[in-house]
Design a protein. Structure first.
Lengths: 399, 400
């Protein structure tokens, strides 16, 4: 990374070099909201410096979407304009690098519209095409957050963008002298953690803490993953910035016990606090919360497989997101704060053999945090031995 | 929880309504394509709402970003400069039979100044331009362009970023200051239509310009009308492609132009300003270009193709022009070309012909207007029997 660059350009370099890992000659797509222009422009510059053949920045505007939802006939709500589908297909066909920017500038903009219409207003064909591209490993891609006033106001109660930039800078290791080198070391560390867990032959995980006594069974084919993914063409990339987790796909049939969430959860514009969930035979059979239990119950009713686990993820106290002690109201950040589970769909890439029996498939995937200093996590091995994984937020296994 | 609906700026909404109803004249059930830039978001959002109010089926908004283009020109490979993405070709083809609105008003006029001018000139999506040109020839879409006042544009005009002052100028020029802007536009267009009809009925053979540094005769096409910017698609949707508009114009016979012409106002081209521009014209073609500043940029443009140096448009504007009355150099063709009489080299205007334009209409990938009018310019019509008919003297229309 060139020295002397402004913070925003250093961030863009990191997104392009470590996140998407743009290759010389690659077409680059940038997905952004118009409020993300500053970072989108910096990413375009960084991508060309990395040798991009062309950078195609697609800006969307939630105000345009709002007008669309309010006015179009119902059959057009989920319509995909053919030129946009062609655009997405082309990016798959030529194995483009993709940078997706997040950070909602007006989180409540659509709150007064009928939820049912907002839910329907998704370009369905593009969603299907993207799922196909992801499953086939066609693109090296990254999701990264862009500080803006609206997002800052959610965190701090005031639009202090500089303060949010400081947090983001810390979480994505931009405060390091050489952030690229720091990320390479971070990627190696999480990769080694995943390798170690895979070597252990784990049968199940056991969580114990206040309000929590939970066993999550794994599949013999479950594979722990660090934060580095690889495309079908062999290009490594880091799909989320920040990322702090090692994760795998559990056996959806073997979850037993109860668990108390350790952080608020933002779900469809609502905040859920004090969530408690009980599992029997893999399925969530009871949901309680101080606030927002109905939002969870509603989502669990979306389909038959929604109340089963799809992801189990381990994060220790070294997590920079966790260290901030903040709720970011943005899954990209919050899921990296501490250990979490997700009910709903699983990641086929974390299973030897893909979607086999025990791998959950659902239209839903929602992460909720269950980690913290008072939660002990153990691995129960196939030979019956027990190995501590986390104590007081400290990672236990050594080589 | 009570959600706060976004604040509404009444003037902006009225401007957007005018753009949609009079400008593009969006029809019930049409898809509206909005070609805008990120800095114009407030206007783009208002136009989107206005288009839906007018019954649009769907509004597709494409935000371009000149900073991304700057990055491409500065850092991208040569092939990127002229790259026309396939999906964008599909988008432009999809515009056939629909409505198109674009926005202008450069928020950062000097953005490209640090770049290699030759690369800036080459950075054009040629294939996209061809698709649009084809649709204009076929008259298959109703379209309009409007400007968005921004701090950077105001700074360029006034030397201070007084956006409100620019807004007032824009509101005056586009008749938004009238009690009923839509009716004011109907009256205005009827008056310009009347002028066009009167000129067409004179059945002129040529136009003769005289003034300081100017003595130019341009031949006219017998099958071309004079018209105002009240256009009709081939499906008979009336629209006004430019707001403001103050001109009556025609496409001259590109084979017949002789003499010299001096531009009366600076010309803004690709972010550069050309001053004191003067052309010598022989057998219809610009054979010599001189200027106090920026002649090379014009010469470069005239070399884009072998028909760039022939005239495609002549337009007459008198002193009643609201744009002219502001005495302001807007650095934006949409405005400046409506301040005073102008001529364009390059592509002609197919709308002025009934049926096949024939060889009199110039065809080129270039169309650049330069201003020639002002109180010192005299414009005469020359009839087929050689009689001279005064059209403009001291900025006053002689035929009303």
């Amino acid at each position: 990374m060139a020295a002397g660059l402004a913070r925003i350009d250093r961030y863009a370099e990191l997104i392009v070099q470590v996140g998407a890992n743009v290759q010389p000659g690659q077409l680059v797509e940038v997905i952004a909201r118009i409020e993300h222009v500053d970072v989108a422009r910096a990413v375009a510059r960084a991508a060309y410096r990395a040798g991009a053949s062309y950078v195609d920045v697609g800006y969307s505007d939630q105000h345009v979407r709002r007008a669309m939802i309010k006015n179009v006939s119902e059959d057009l709500l989920s319509w995909t304009p053919p030129w946009l589908l062609e655009r997405v297909k082309h990016f798959g066909n030529v194995n483009a690098a993709i940078v997706a920017l997040t950070g909602d500038a007006e989180p409540e903009l659509l709150a007064d519209l009928p939820g049912e219409l907002v839910g329907k207003a998704r370009m369905k064909e593009i969603g299907e095409e993207l799922t196909r591209q992801t499953n086939e490993g066609l693109n090296n891609w990254v999701v990264a957050g862009v500080p803006n006033k609206g997002w800052a106001a959610q965190l701090f109660g005031e639009p202090d963008v500089d303060a949010l930039w400081d947090l983001v800078e810390f979480c994505v290791r931009l405060d390091e002298d050489d952030p690229v080198a720091a990320w390479r070391a971070h990627v190696r560390k999480l990769g080694a953690r995943a390798d170690r867990l895979n070597d252990m032959q784990i049968d199940s995980l056991r969580y114990r803490g206040p309000g929590t006594d939970l066993t999550v069974g794994l599949l013999p084919e479950s594979r722990w993953q660090g934060c580095e993914s690889v495309t079908a063409n062999g290009i490594p990339y880091v799909a989320n910035m920040p990322t702090e987790e090692v994760f795998t796909t559990p056996d959806a049939r073997r979850t037993e016990g109860f668990v108390r969430s350790t952080q608020p959860l933002v779900l469809n514009g609502q905040i859920v606090k004090g969530l408690e969930v009980r599992f029997e035979n893999g399925r969530i059979v009871d949901v309680r919360a101080d606030v927002g239990a109905d939002a969870i119950r509603g989502e669990l009713a979306v389909d038959e497989r929604a109340p089963y686990l799809g992801e189990v993820s381990l994060v220790d106290g070294e997590s920079r997101i966790g260290q901030t002690g903040r709720v970011f109201f943005e899954t990209l950040y919050d899921e990296n704060a501490s250990c979490h589970l997700a009910y709903g769909s699983a990641y086929a890439e974390a299973v030897e053999g893909g979607v086999i029996d025990g791998v959950n498939v659902s239209a839903v995937h929602t992460d909720f945090m269950i980690g913290g200093p008072r939660v002990e996590v153990d691995a129960v091995l196939r030979d019956g031995g027990v190995v501590p994984l986390l104590r007081e937020n400290i990672w236990q296994p050594t080589h | 929880m009570a959600a706060v609906a976004p604040a509404i700026d009444e003037r902006l909404e009225a401007y957007a309504d005018l753009t949609v109803r009079v400008g593009a004249n969006v029809q019930e059930g049409q898809t509206v394509f909005l070609n805008t830039q990120v800095e114009h978001a407030p206007l783009a959002r208002a136009i989107t709402r206005a288009a839906y109010r007018a019954g649009a089926r769907y509004v597709d908004v494409r935000y371009r970003d000149e900073h991304v283009r700057h990055a491409m020109i500065e850092l991208g490979p040569d092939a990127a400069l002229t790259h026309s993405p396939e999906w964008m070709k599909l988008l432009y083809h999809a515009m056939e039979g629909e409505a198109l609105i674009w926005t202008t008003g450069d928020p950062e006029p000097e953005l490209m100044n640090d770049l290699d001018g030759e690369r800036v000139g080459r950075a054009r999506m040629k294939e996209i331009t061809e698709i649009i040109r084809h649709q204009m020839v076929e008259r298959s879409l109703n379209w309009s362009g409007v400007a968005y006042p921004s701090a950077g544009w105001a700074e360029q005009i006034y030397g201070e970023s007084n956006v409100e002052r620019l807004w007032e100028a824009v509101a005056f020029c586009t008749r938004l200051d009238e009690a009923d802007p839509v009716q004011a536009w109907r009256d205005h267009m009827a008056r310009l239509e009347g002028r066009g009809k009167a000129l067409t009925e004179l059945d002129l053979d040529a136009i003769h310009y005289t003034g300081p540094g100017t003595d130019l005769t341009i031949g006219l096409n017998p099958n071309a009308r004079w018209m105002s910017a009240l256009f009709r698609t081939r499906n008979d949707i009336e629209y006004v492609p430019n707001m403001p508009t103050e001109e009556v114009f025609t496409t001259p016979d590109c084979r017949r132009a002789e003499g010299t012409i001096r531009s009366s106002r600076p010309l803004v081209l690709d972010g550069d300003i050309i001053e004191g521009l003067q052309f010598t014209v022989k057998d219809g073609k610009i054979v010599e270009v001189t200027a106090d500043k920026g002649a090379g940029i014009v010469r470069g443009q005239l070399e884009i193709d072998d028909r760039a140096g022939y005239f495609g448009e002549i337009a007459l504007v008198d002193g009643t022009s609201r744009v002219g009355q502001t005495n302001t150099m807007f650095f934006d063709t949409l405005y400046d070309e409506n301040a005073t009489c102008h001529i364009a080299y390059g592509f002609g205007i197919p709308e002025v012909f009934d049926g096949d334009p024939g060889e009199g209409m110039n065809i080129s990938n270039v169309h650049t207007d330069f201003m020639v009018g002002g109180p010192e310019l005299a414009v005469d019509g020359i009839t087929k029997d050689g009689t001279t008919v005064p059209i403009l003297r001291e900025d006053v229309w002689q035929l009303d």
